[in-house]
Ligand binder design. Structure first.
Ligand SMILES: Cc1ncc(COP(=O)(O)O)c(C=O)c1O
Length: 338
């Protein structure tokens, strides 16, 4: 293993020792699989995933904790979401135990790549594709599931700092009754153009509005959105076009149980966001990231005077504290790797 400088990790692909691989035919169930050396794969140019985007994935992290062990965080929820995603895309529905075991096996075999406590995390990417060829539009006959990992640092350059979001009403992320509520690979290809445009203008991410009326907040490109107003924690309700984030669910539970905040999942307008006391977004990759400003057609709306709000800070500390075992895991969210 090449020496890694843990102090300069970004959010990039670092090659590791191994990856998990399994295949499954349409109509069969996921079962056998094995670790193989990390490396490239061969695909038919007619593979279902390449032609018709039949593929979905998950994202989770392994943490090295204060108790010097490696843990996964709420992997049962990723397993559940993968089952929903695969079913929706006509991929053989992923069995939850199979999924969790594959992730655990991959992390264990690559344990040396889990950054030291407080220096980063091991990002885990389970992904499944239609690999059999198809020329007509249909679910293909065979699928490949892989799990690969990469040590990562902060998602946004500059670490924890208030983010600058851009609203661009020319683009939606997902439509009602579409596939925004699953982790379909196509959702992310659709986001690349608005994201690249926003980044070239100096913004960190895109904030999407609802596809029906352009009125209600949906989510950020790779994260869910929250605001705090008068000790109430509000987040857009899950209506089918928003991804049900594992971090979203965790922050809601922490805010209610540990901070005594009122939790409101509802439709939220831009004006409510602009008048909030604090706003932040959540995700496996971004953790809890404060929102500093939102720019729309009318100009820039600054939040929290550009600072990180006190509740945002507290929620981040509590979430990361549980993940790194700085504080007790009262919720039973950690899955040790042994
Ligand atoms: C579109 C989108 N929304 C929200 C999230 C946050 O989900 P989670 O907290 O499960 O990582 C992600 C990241 O996975 C995402 O890609």
């Amino acid at each position: 293993m090449e020496k890694i400088d843990w102090d300069i990790l970004g959010f990039n692909v670092v090659e590791t020792k191994s990856m998990f691989k399994a295949t499954c035919k349409q109509g069969e169930t996921w079962q056998a699989g094995a670790l193989v050396p990390y490396g490239t794969i061969e695909l038919s140019p007619a593979a279902g995933v390449l032609n018709y985007g039949q593929g979905c994935f998950e994202g989770t992290k392994a943490f090295r904790t204060a108790n010097n062990r490696v843990v996964l965080f709420r992997i049962d929820l990723n397993a559940k979401r993968m089952a929903v995603s695969t079913k929706r895309l006509c991929i053989p529905e992923m069995n939850k135990t199979f999924f969790i075991n594959a992730v655990k096996e991959t992390v264990l075999d690559n344990i040396d790549y889990v950054p030291p406590y407080n220096k980063g995390t091991l990002y885990v990417r389970p992904i499944v594709w239609g690999t059999a060829p198809a020329i007509g539009v249909k679910p293909v006959e065979e699928y490949t599931f892989m799990v690969f990992v990469s040590p990562v640092g902060p998602y946004f350059k500059g670490g924890v700092r208030p983010l600058h979001l851009k609203i661009n009403k020319d683009y939606h992320r997902a439509a009602p009754k579409g596939i925004g509520n699953i982790k379909a690979i196509g959702n992310y290809s659709a986001s690349l153009y608005p994201l690249t445009k926003a980044k070239s203008e100096g913004y960190d991410e895109v904030l999407y509005l609802d596809a029906k009326d352009d009125t209600f907040l949906e989510e950020v490109g790779t994260a869910n959105l929250f605001l705090i107003k008068d000790k109430k924690l509000m987040t857009p309700q899950l209506g089918g076009s928003i991804l049900a984030g594992v971090t979203r669910d965790s922050v809601l539970k922490i805010a209610k149980d540990k901070l005594g905040l009122d939790i409101i999942e509802t439709d939220i307008t831009l004006n409510e966001l602009y008048n909030s006391d604090e706003a932040f977004c959540t995700g496996t990759a971004v953790s809890v990231s404060p929102v500093g400003s939102i720019t729309d057609d009318d100009g820039v709306h600054s939040l929290s005077d550009g600072n990180i709000g006190p509740y945002t800070m507290k929620l981040k500390e509590l979430l990361v504290g549980i993940q790194r075992e700085d504080i007790d895991d009262d919720f039973g969210w950690l899955f040790p790797i042994e």
